[in-house]
Design a protein around this ligand. Structure first.
Ligand SMILES: [Fe+2]
Length: 185
């Protein structure tokens, strides 16, 4: 299956989301090449990470139940669970590293691998739709040290007004030593 074509089809009515996904793919490829990681895997992860993002509420709920996920989880996270489920059942992905990259991408997770961290970072540093100062800082950091970019993103998430998932705090605990304050005007 040509996954790029498939994502264009799934997102044909959502040009903004499509542009984001393509941006994540390009940035993930760049990062994977930079860190000598599996580029094909990075590409698959990026293409599928938001595949369920535009699924309607009822279908999403049905797929959450079908996949055995907990519907008490925050609704903002459902696309990641359903994304993992669709990757497995519809797109034939059995690689656990890819599946967990999709599942964990909105919250982070302390056990993330290098490739999973690539998505976690590229999701906010892609160049098509993420054009704010903090994303530029993270992009710059990401080519010096993936862990520093991860720590910066976690700090950014935790300092926001919303209470984060327990995985986010657990990941922060593990990565906070990499946090570097960056001053800018
Ligand atoms: Fe995304």
């Amino acid at each position: 299956m040509d996954l790029i074509k498939e994502i264009h089809e799934v997102m044909k009515e959502h040009p903004g989301r499509l542009s984001h996904i393509m941006g994540v793919m390009e940035e993930s490829i760049r990062l994977a090449e930079h860190y000598d990681l599996d580029v094909e895997k990075a590409k698959t992860i990026a293409l599928l990470h938001d595949v369920a993002k535009k699924t309607g509420h009822c279908t999403m709920k049905a797929l959450m139940i079908q996949g055995g996920y907990d519907i008490r989880e925050h609704e903002k996270l459902w696309h990641a669970y359903v994304g993992e489920y669709l990757a497995l059942t519809k797109y034939g992905v059995s690689d656990e590293e890819i599946l967990k990259a999709i599942k964990w991408h909105p919250t982070g997770h302390p056990e993330m691998t290098e490739l999973q961290k690539v998505l976690f970072v590229a999701d906010i540093t892609e160049r098509n739709t993420r054009k704010f100062k903090d994303s530029e800082i993270m992009r710059e950091l990401s080519y010096q040290s993936l862990n520093e970019a991860v720590a910066y993103k976690l700090q950014y998430m935790i300092n926001g007004p919303i209470r984060m998932h327990e995985h986010t705090y657990a990941m922060w605990d593990k990565y906070k030593e990499y946090y570097k304050e960056v001053t800018y005007d």
